[in-house]
Ligand binder design. Structure first.
Ligand code: GUN
Length: 293
């Protein structure tokens, strides 16, 4: 077998996210000082028992504690129903101590939840996830609004690589509302020529081989092979999958990709921690805007 020399630079999201969270601390403290000792507040809403969602929300809550944000946490039974969930969102919209609202997705299947209706019920100014249709529209128009956290984190990591968009081709693998579509808009805004691939794309390997930047967000372990990559590509792996041995792996086959990529995000420790840093950043920004800072 051909030996694979690892030459890619690692884009360390864990380290970068710690630095970003550190920078948020004084901003949170300044808000508290101006606001009767109330720091920015993030409400986290978790519906049902999905184990991965519980882990993600726990990590978000821990980050709030580290940075000095107030966390208002709500755990609802899977069968709570749409009406009660909407009533809770309404209450949070009206609570002046809440600057950001996050409803963890996906909502449980088999009940009457309508995710789009839930996201549209969140006050756009408190939309820490940037999922409200008004904010998604602003992203398409290129106007100021909260930006979804994972795409924002991906762009921040891409920035570290120094890759500029003009004349370069970005391939996004995955077309979700949470990652694929918004990250494609952000890449376009940075002058990349963008291709979005998905499960019906005819020749994924061919599309990926043309990419200067690959964003992998499909949720299939090690789908993207190193041999597909253009030499020097920047690879941003959003996937969090369990490998056969139970370990976390991304959507990219990391070892083979390292031989071709110039920069690559590891899983874990790449995009994941950046999502949390961007969520807290959106919440602090919402509080600053509320206070006219
Ligand atoms: N599920 C997976 N990613 C996310 C995210 O960024 N925000 C929310 N609310 N749910 C998610």
């Amino acid at each position: 077998m051909e030996s694979q020399v690892s030459k890619a630079n690692i884009l360390n999201g864990k380290e970068l996210s710690v630095a970003i969270l550190e920078q948020l601390k004084p901003r949170a403290a300044a808000i508290a000082k101006l606001n009767n000792d109330n720091p920015p507040g993030l409400a986290t809403v978790l519906v049902g028992e999905d184990p991965a969602s519980h882990v993600y929300v726990r990590n978000k809550r821990r980050a709030c504690e580290k940075v000095g944000l107030t966390n208002f946490h709500y755990e609802l039974e899977g069968n709570t129903g749409q009406a009660k969930l909407l009533a809770l969102i309404d209450e949070l919209n009206c609570n002046i101590e809440v600057d950001g609202i996050l409803v963890q997705l996906p909502l449980p299947k088999g009940f009457d939840y309508d995710e789009n209706e839930v996201l549209a019920a969140i006050a756009p100014t408190k939309d820490a996830d940037g999922f409200h249709p008004q904010n998604q529209g602003a992203l398409m128009q290129g106007t100021e609004a909260p930006v979804p956290c994972t795409p924002k984190g991906v762009m921040r990591l891409l920035d570290e690589s120094g890759m500029q968009g003009s004349g370069k081709h970005a391939v996004v693998v995955g077309r979700s509302n949470i990652v694929g579509k918004p990250v494609a808009m952000l890449l376009l805004a940075q002058n990349f020529t963008v291709t979005i691939c998905h499960s019906r794309t005819a020749d994924l390997a061919l599309e990926v081989s043309r990419a200067d930047v690959v964003v992998a967000a499909v949720g299939v372990a090690k789908l993207i092979k190193g041999e597909w990559l253009k030499q020097g590509a920047v690879v941003l792996d959003v996937g969090i999958n369990r490998g056969d041995d139970g370990k976390l792996v991304g959507d990219v086959d990391f070892d083979s990709a390292c031989a071709r990529a110039s920069y690559i995000t590891p899983v874990p420790g790449g995009v994941g921690p950046m999502t949390i840093a961007m969520l807290l950043s959106n919440t602090v920004e919402a509080a600053e805007q509320r206070l006219g800072l």
